[in-house]
Design a protein. Structure first.
Lengths: 383, 363
């Protein structure tokens, strides 16, 4: 956690008081929450009343997808949803649940080989907006780092009169963000990705948007999200958002340099490695701190193990509950084949990443790739 | 040493891993995912590939402070163990999938990969002992006769055994459980697994019926030649089986009848008196040697044909790459496809897959 965020959390944790209570200590806590709300709104250039605090990004995504769908269906009877095929599981799984249990019809908009959603497919899905309950496309993909054309998507949805949600968890602090300018109906952000505490997030909801609650109870957060507010977590979250946004430009410049160095180094060390996603420079192309590569002939989980032993932390994407690596739905949607998809690793760089870390990856990588190739696959070999 | 421990999430491999850590080795735990159809709600822990087991293995690794990974062997396991199991039954043989898994998965796929990754040995929680002998590593029976698993390890070659470790072979199961309890391992009280892991309800015939469908045929009496029943598939029958035959008429002498032959081509299951099941000469194919290979000269051995069967004395020799075992007393109900493991005292010499059996000495 950022030291300033931790300090804010500790300071507030010493105070008693439920922000919903009317007594003095409740008022003090309420003031901290409201100041945090105003601070976050100012950072993201939106109105304080738009900020709905949740217990993290997953909850905010569920609230957006289910809440927009239910509210719209109850008013217009709309049951169609337009979504990209590369959403995070916190969006993907609620969508699949709505489809299986709630009669939603999902139209999955495809992506190109760089992982960018097809505006034409989204536009075709929207049509004149009839019977479409919502459209959801993430701001930037968490696996391959491809930045999505969210401004154009928001405009298309506005023209069709369809609510638009975007999961901006990966984008916050990495890309310039002006939510007033964007004009989305709902935007998901999360605290722990930007150096704030775990278990805090928010859905930024346009005051005109209609959302059916997922959690019912005390009616907090404009009755959109019931539940006692976590004042220390929210105070620390606001500090982290402020820091993430004010330092975004400098961070992006620094991480882009490290990223491009790592990409060039991987290409030099493993000539047949494939860099996935968009490698063009600029904020509309790729997350500054994301490198995603496939190493033909290697199993990703084996490379991970070897790099782990060399002190390098990286990831293979998502695993099932038992810990078995799953082939990435993002790579498959980009047209990468199963074998190459399993041969992939993501390197995420952030606040604490240094040049020495990039050098450490590049030192360990050639040996790890060679060894992983020797160790081979655990899948049956074609004979 | 760099040691890779195969952690099933059971008590035995947990203690095996703990002992390897105590011995000062560099230990990494790996859970072998043998099936991808994990049931989140199927709570009961049987076999070795449930979600709970993966979590237990991870928790034990956490407690021991060792790195832990899941290796997805599901495709390989399906191809080399499950498909082979079904294929063998289709051909009228009776395979043991646990042996096959040790031979092809744990001490082949996993061992090969471990060696390529610079590990020195693969350790498991099997009950058997490895003893340094004048001609290399010897495989011996475990100290605990009720848990001895040397039979299912009889399919490992000398090379494979040289890179294996079985830290529990010198202990009684009760001692291992007590040790797990003492170490505070959360797996200490987990029940032992007995069934075939991919048939958790233990009903092999029903499983094969689901996989292979209905292939009806006759059940014929060996002595009268009469058709005494119909059956739904030869795969539901194994030599020596007595239960589930559903015979319409009893034998003339009222004695119980057993499956004495399974003919896949004609889909005929033959039943007869137990005397027809006694064999005293076994021919095995694909011999695997735990130590030096035997030759054409018969050597005195004891043969074991089931995981928990009694060893029977006899001699063994190799004729045309076949292991020929002649027994001094007959064994009953031996089916093609089963493994015959030969011992000298506690030491495993090797094994072969039963192909043909004979009755040389008539009773």
């Amino acid at each position: 956690m950022l030291p300033a965020a931790r300090a804010a959390w500790l300071q507030q944790s010493e105070r008693v008081g439920n922000p919903s209570s009317l007594h003095a200590s409740g008022r003090t806590a309420r003031r901290v929450v409201e100041e945090s709300r105003e601070s976050i709104a100012a950072s993201l250039r939106t109105r304080p009343s738009a900020v709905v605090f949740t217990a993290g990004g997953t909850e905010a995504d569920n609230l957006a997808v289910k809440g927009l769908f239910w509210a719209r269906r109850s008013v217009t009877g709309a049951t169609r949803i337009i979504a990209s095929s590369i959403e995070h599981h916190a969006v993907l799984d609620p969508l699949e649940w709505l489809s299986a249990e709630q009669g939603a019809q999902i139209r999955w908009a495809g992506v190109d080989e760089l992982g960018r959603v097809s505006l034409a497919e989204v536009a075709a899905g929207l049509g004149d907006g009839t019977d479409v309950a919502l459209c959801t496309v993430m701001w930037a993909n968490n696996e391959v780092g491809t930045v999505q054309p969210v401004a154009e998507l928001a405009r298309l949805c506005r023209e069709a009169g369809v609510p638009f949600h975007t999961d901006a968890v990966q984008a916050l602090g990495q890309l310039p963000m002006d939510l007033g300018d964007l004009g989305a109906d709902a935007v998901t952000i999360s605290s722990h990705k930007i150096g704030g505490p775990f278990g805090v997030g928010a859905l930024i909801v346009d005051p005109r948007a209609r959302l059916t609650p997922v959690l019912h109870g005390g009616g907090q957060e404009r009755e959109i999200r019931s539940g006692t507010l976590d004042a220390p977590g929210i105070a620390a979250f606001a500090v982290a958002v402020d820091y993430a946004v004010t330092t975004q430009r400098a961070r992006a410049i620094r991480l882009e340099a490290l990223r491009d160095e790592l990409i060039a180094g991987i290409r030099a060390a493993v000539p047949d490695a494939v860099i996935n996603g968009d490698t063009e420079p600029g904020a509309s192309h790729r997350l500054p701190g994301n490198v995603h590569a496939s190493f033909p002939g290697c199993e990703g989980d084996l490379l991970l193990m070897l790099l782990d032993a060399a002190g390098v932390d990286c990831s293979t994407g998502s695993a099932c509950t038992a810990g078995i690596p799953e082939p990435s739905h993002v790579l498959l949607a980009m047209g990468v084949d199963q074998a190459l998809s399993r041969a992939s690793l993501r390197f995420s760089m952030g606040e604490s990443t240094t040049r020495a870390d990039v050098d450490a990856v590049l030192t360990a990588l050639p040996g790890a790739v060679a060894r992983a190739r020797r160790a081979g696959s655990l899948a049956p070999q074609a004979s | 040493m760099r040691v890779l421990v195969a952690m099933s999430g059971g008590v035995d491999s947990s203690v095996a891993a703990a002992r390897m850590v105590d011995a000062g080795h560099e230990v990494v735990g790996v859970h072998l995912a043998l099936s991808r159809s994990h049931s989140v709600t199927g709570g009961r822990s049987k076999g070795c590939c449930t979600l709970d087991d993966a979590r237990d293995a991870r928790r034990v690794a956490d407690m021991l402070g060792i790195a832990y990974y899941v290796w997805d062997l599901s495709e390989r396991f399906t191809a080399e163990v499950i498909d082979d199991f079904i294929d063998e039954y289709q051909q009228g043989r009776t395979p043991n999938p646990c042996l096959r898994c040790n031979e092809r998965i744990k001490f082949s796929a996993v061992l090969d990969r471990a060696l390529a990754l610079d590990f020195d040995v693969v350790a498991t929680g099997h009950y058997a002992r490895l003893v340094a002998g004048p001609q290399g590593t010897e495989l011996h029976r475990a100290v605990d006769p009720t848990k001895d698993q040397s039979y299912v390890l009889g399919v490992l070659s000398a090379d494979q055994l040289a890179h294996a470790a079985f830290p529990l072979g010198g202990d009684l199961k009760d001692e291992v459980r007590a040790e797990a309890e003492q170490r505070g391992l959360l797996t200490a009280r987990k029940p032992d697994s007995h069934d075939i892991c991919f048939i958790p309800d233990g009903d092999t015939a029903a499983y094969l019926h689901r996989r292979l469908g209905s292939l009806p045929g006759d059940v014929v009496d060996a002595e009268s030649g009469d058709v005494v029943a119909r059956h739904d598939g030869t795969f539901a029958f194994t030599i020596g089986q007595r239960r589930g035959l559903n015979l319409r008429m009893p034998a003339e002498d009222g004695a119980p009848r057993y499956v004495v032959d399974v003919d896949v081509e004609s889909r005929t299951v033959t039943v007869g008196p137990p005397a027809l099941l006694d064999v005293d000469s076994i021919e095995g194919i694909r011999p695997i040697w735990s130590g030096p290979a035997l030759g054409a000269v018969p050597v005195p051995v004891e043969a074991q044909v089931r995981a928990h069967g009694e060893p029977v004395p006899g001699t063994a020799r190799v004729v045309d790459e076949r292991l020929v075992v002649d027994l001094t007393e007959p064994v009953r109900g031996l089916a093609a496809g089963q493994a015959v493991v030969i011992y000298q005292g506690t030491r495993v010499l090797g094994s072969a897959t039963v192909d043909r059996t004979h009755r040389v000495v008539t009773a």
